[in-house]
Design a protein around this ligand. Sequence first.
Ligand SMILES: CC(C)(COP(=O)(O)OP(=O)(O)OC[C@H]1O[C@@H](n2cnc3c(N)ncnc32)[C@H](O)[C@@H]1OP(=O)(O)O)[C@@H](O)C(=O)NCCC(=O)NCCS
Length: 159
Amino acid sequence: MAARNPLQELIFEPMQADDLQQVLEIENQCFENPWSKTYFTLCLKRPRSYEYFYVARREDTVVGYIVFNILHEEAHILNIAVPPTYQRQGIGKYLLISALEMMQADAEREVFLEVAVSNLPAQYLYRQFGFRICGIRKNYYGRYKDAYVFRKGADTDAT
Ligand SMILES: CC(C)(COP(=O)(O)OP(=O)(O)OC[C@H]1O[C@@H](n2cnc3c(N)ncnc32)[C@H](O)[C@@H]1OP(=O)(O)O)[C@@H](O)C(=O)NCCC(=O)NCCS
C-alpha cells in the first residue's frame, strides 16, 4: 500500500467568511499581538484587488493561512501562521510555495516581509526560500521588539 502523504491532502484556496472562527483561533494561538476579528472581517467583506487571504485546508479544517499583497513589481507577505498542533509537518512550506507561485505567476517580483528578530523558526523557514535580511525596523512589534526586513530577489532561488 502506498504511504499516506498528508501534504497531498491539502487545498490552497481563498479564505472564506466561514473560516473566520478557525482563523482567529490560530491567530490568537500564534501571535502576541493578533490581528483583530474586525480587521479580518473587514478585509474579507471588502477585498482589495491586490490583497490575498488564503488558507491551507484539510477537509473542513483550516491548518494554516497566509496573507500577502502584490503591488506592481513587488509583493509583501503580511501574515503566515500554522496552529501549534500542525507545525513541523511542512504546512508552512506549502503555504509559502503556493503564495510565491501566485506572486511570480505573471512577473518576476521582489518579495518582502517583516519577521521578529526573536522568531528564529520563521527566519529558518524564509531562509530556505532564499529570503535574506535587508533591513531592520526598530520597535516594529512593540517596545524593544525589533523586526528584520527580509527580501527575496526575483532571481533568488530557494537554497
Ligand atoms: C513559522 C511557521 C508558519 C512555520 O510553519 P510550519 O508548518 O511549522 O513549517 P514547516 O513544517 O513547513 O517547516 C519549514 C521550515 O521552517 C523551519 N522551522 C519551522 N519550525 C521550526 C522550529 N520550531 N525550529 C526550527 N526551525 C523551524 C525549518 O527550517 C523547517 O524546515 P525543516 O523541517 O526542513 O527543518 C509556524 O511556526 C508558525 O505559525 N509560527 C507562529 C506564527 C509565526 O511566527 N508566523 C511568522 C510571522 S513572520
